[in-house]
Design a protein around this ligand. Structure first.
Ligand SMILES: [Zn+2]
Ligand SMILES: [Zn+2]
Length: 358
């Protein structure tokens, strides 16, 4: 089968023929119908996440079960969304009700299959979903209703669960609270959609690219601001001089974490959703940490239980209360995925989604 493979750090991803093993006990083969290209895939290519190569990219996808290994429950033909952090349900964190912090998490790259020349292959986050097929543990597949638009359903497994969960589960945004969102990729736009659904206002979207203005307003922002040295002033002008109740940092950089901190009112909360680098240190004044009484926290995979919340989001998509069309910049064939990585690196569009013919 064909898959998007990166051969080494900073190498250009290319479509290759690869071989996957047959599903073993507790495993499924899933034919991918649509797979999004996420910023974390860029972090696999540029080495930020230090994976093992050669590596099949992709971890945000929807598909259909085509082969079920021994001891599995999901039937062949079931529509599924893939989960890149399947919970073991047995470790301390899982038993605490925090499955998104599961200690059994497999890490950035898992050995699975081989390339056409017999080199051992790895798959991103245990999935490797920018491919015609995946073979995954059943725990990594969440059953969803039939008939969802595949290019929207795919996004439920990363961008949307992450963004919606950050708003609902981590920050618990209440009606009437003010929100700022910095960084308008797939996750930032998902935060906007969820903030609007939560009844927040104003919802201030912030990005370095003017081209994100229309996307932000379509996703639910009440205001769009360019990230510049007037940003704090502009945000205060929209919040009676205080700053926002909640700032969401969806970039993963020290500079934008500090910007989110400055936009937030005394006693407000900064939720870091972006995944940053190991060596990018955030500096805050000790006096400011005390005096501002702000909370700084992160949201890993939306502090969500995908087995419960992906089906909820899928039902909302199915009944029309959740509309993810603003997130989908374009549907492309697998062969165009390498070019879409370049567009993503330049900050163009929201989500480019690879779709496969039925
Ligand atoms: Zn992702
Ligand atoms: Zn666990």
């Amino acid at each position: 089968m064909r898959a998007l493979v990166v051969r080494g750090r900073d190498a250009t991803p290319a479509v290759e023929e690869v071989r996957l093993p047959a599903p073993g006990p507790g495993e499924l083969r899933v034919r991918i119908r649509a797979a999004g290209i996420c910023h974390s895939d860029l972090s696999m290519v540029n080495g930020t996440l230090a994976p093992t190569y050669p590596l099949v990219l992709g971890h945000e996808a929807a598909g259909v079960v085509t082969e079920a290994g021994p001891g599995t429950r999901l039937a062949v033909g079931t529509e599924v969304v893939l989960n890149w952090a399947p919970a073991c349900r047995a470790c301390w964190w899982c038993r605490q009700g925090e499955p998104w912090l599961c200690a059994a998490n497999a890490g950035p790259a898992v050995a699975r299959g081989e390339t056409a020349d017999g080199t051992p292959l790895h798959v991103t986050l245990g999935l490797g979903a920018l491919a015609e097929e995946v073979v995954v543990p059943e725990r990594a597949a969440v059953g969803v209703p039939d008939g969802l638009p595949p290019e929207q359903a795919a996004l439920l497994g990363c961008a949307v669960l992450t963004g919606a969960g950050a708003v609902r589960n981590t920050a618990r945004v209440a009606p009437g609270e003010s929100v700022a969102v910095i960084g308008l990729g797939g996750v930032g736009l998902s935060v906007l959609i969820a903030a609007r659904a939560a009844g927040a206002g104003p919802i201030i979207a912030v990005d370095v690219a003017e081209a994100k203005r229309e996307l932000a307003l379509a996703a639910g922002a009440t205001d769009f601001l360019l990230s510049d040295d007037q940003l704090s002033k502009e945000v205060r002008a929209r919040t009676e001089g205080r700053g926002v109740d909640h700032a969401f940092e969806c970039v993963g950089r020290s500079a934008t974490i500090r910007a989110a901190w400055r936009l937030t009112r005394r006693g407000g909360a900064v939720t870091v959703v972006g995944m940053g680098a190991r060596d990018d240190m955030v500096s805050l004044a000790a006096l400011d940490i005390f005096h501002s009484a702000r909370t700084l926290r992160s949201s890993v995979y939306g502090s969500a239980d995908p087995d419960r919340e992906v089906p909820e989001l899928a039902r909302a998509l199915s009944d029309g209360t959740l509309d993810l069309r603003p997130l989908v910049s374009g549907r492309i064939p697998l062969d165009e995925a390498p070019a879409a990585f370049d567009r993503l690196a330049r900050g163009e569009g929201a989500r480019w989604v690879v779709t496969f013919p039925d």
